[in-house]
Design a protein around this ligand. Structure first.
Ligand SMILES: Nc1ncnc2c1ncn2[C@@H]1O[C@H](COP(=O)(O)OP(=O)(O)OP(=O)(O)O)[C@@H](O)[C@H]1O
Length: 332
């Protein structure tokens, strides 16, 4: 952690429900998270745990049912028009599906230059083209003339993701929420895209919130940043990325770490996961007490009745009442 880091975004006691009355589903509960300048935060968890919903809430596509989001200390719901516009430009989202995110009938130059012209980052189309060329170079789409006048279908998935990152960078954001940016990209190209986010983070100091179900990729995005583990709409562990992945504390996070394939002498070892069951409970019918207790090998009767909220354990936060007992039992 850098000395005196400045918070860009503070999410406070955020809850979000979809639907009305009897149909209500609470998808995010009690989320507290601060993202600092130049930090890359990785949000991990199984499918359906609420990662995308949280990402969309950060950019105000979804509005919280309770709680607040602050941008540089100001509640986004209480901002005047100018401050709100600045927040919307400064907090960008890069979606998972690059094909859907780009207009198939517009060239790359058009798609990347539109926000530049709309928000007056450039004076005219000529200037816009120069800036698009600079942005494409920045994200590694060189030589630029091979890409600038192409249509989305003429590029690969990895190249389209680079275009989306270029478009987001054009409006000089402070924070980019990248939702599974590499999941639809060939495995061979994933690391280079993660490296690009890392480079942009280092070159421009842009913070990233990197959403992924693939824990193995989370360690690639930064040396400086938090890892946030979600389970059924809640954060269950929050720690610095490096420390967290070498010493997971929550039993669910321990299982996630063990699920990451580990090659030993070129062979992949089949590991038995420390879970009672692999099925994720339905978010609409949450278990009583700790939501993880039906799958937890360390759960006691108390875990089915009471829920431990996220609590400081050393320099991280964990939502498990048995965390100290488990540490003693497994000896780490
Ligand atoms: N607009 C919506 N209306 C109702 N329910 C929704 C809506 N959007 C998401 N959900 C529900 O919210 C829950 C969390 O979905 P979300 O997409 O945020 O999860 P996720 O962790 O990003 O999953 P994945 O990794 O599969 O994308 C799911 O049960 C989903 O069905």
């Amino acid at each position: 952690m850098k000395a005196n880091p400045i918070p860009i975004l503070e999410i406070e006691n955020l809850t979000l429900s979809f639907g009305k009355k009897s149909e209500t589903v609470t998808v995010l509960r009690n989320i507290n998270l601060t993202v600092f300048e130049s930090e890359s935060v990785a949000i991990v968890g199984e499918s359906g745990c609420g990662k995308t919903t949280l990402g969309k809430t950060i950019v105000d596509i979804h509005q919280p049912t309770a709680g607040a989001i602050k941008y540089y200390g100001q509640d986004i719901r209480k901002m005047d028009k100018k401050a709100y516009r600045n927040y919307r430009l400064s907090v960008q989202m890069v979606q998972q599906d690059s094909f859907a995110a780009l207009n198939p009938y517009k060239t790359i130059c058009h798609s990347v230059s539109s926000p530049l012209l709309e928000h007056k980052f450039v004076a005219n189309e000529q200037e816009a083209r120069v800036e698009v060329a600079r942005l494409l170079t920045d994200v590694g789409l060189v030589p630029v003339e091979h890409y600038i006048d192409k249509y989305p279908h003429q590029l690969s998935g990895g190249q389209r993701q680079r275009v989306l990152i270029a478009r987001a960078l054009g409006v000089k954001p402070k924070l980019i929420v990248a939702d599974e940016p590499v999941s639809m990209v060939d495995v061979s190209l994933r690391i280079s895209l993660l490296q690009l986010m890392r480079d942009m983070n280092q070159k421009y100091g842009v913070s990233f919130v990197y959403i992924t179900h693939d824990l193995a990729t989370a360690r690639y995005i930064s040396d400086y940043g938090q890892l946030v583990v979600m389970y059924l709409g809640e954060i269950i562990e929050k720690a610095q990325i490096k420390e967290a992945t070498t010493d997971p504390l929550h039993p669910y996070f321990k299982a996630l770490i063990q699920a990451v394939p580990q090659g030993i002498n070129g062979q992949f070892k089949q590991v038995e996961l420390p879970l009672k069951g692999i099925d994720i409970p339905d978010i609409k019918k949450l278990p009583t007490g700790c939501p993880f207790h039906p799958r937890c090998i360390y759960a006691t009767a108390a875990c089915s009745q009471e829920q431990q909220l996220l609590t400081a354990v050393g320099n991280r936060e964990v939502a498990c009442m048995r965390v100290h007992d488990i540490k003693e039992m497994v000896g780490n």
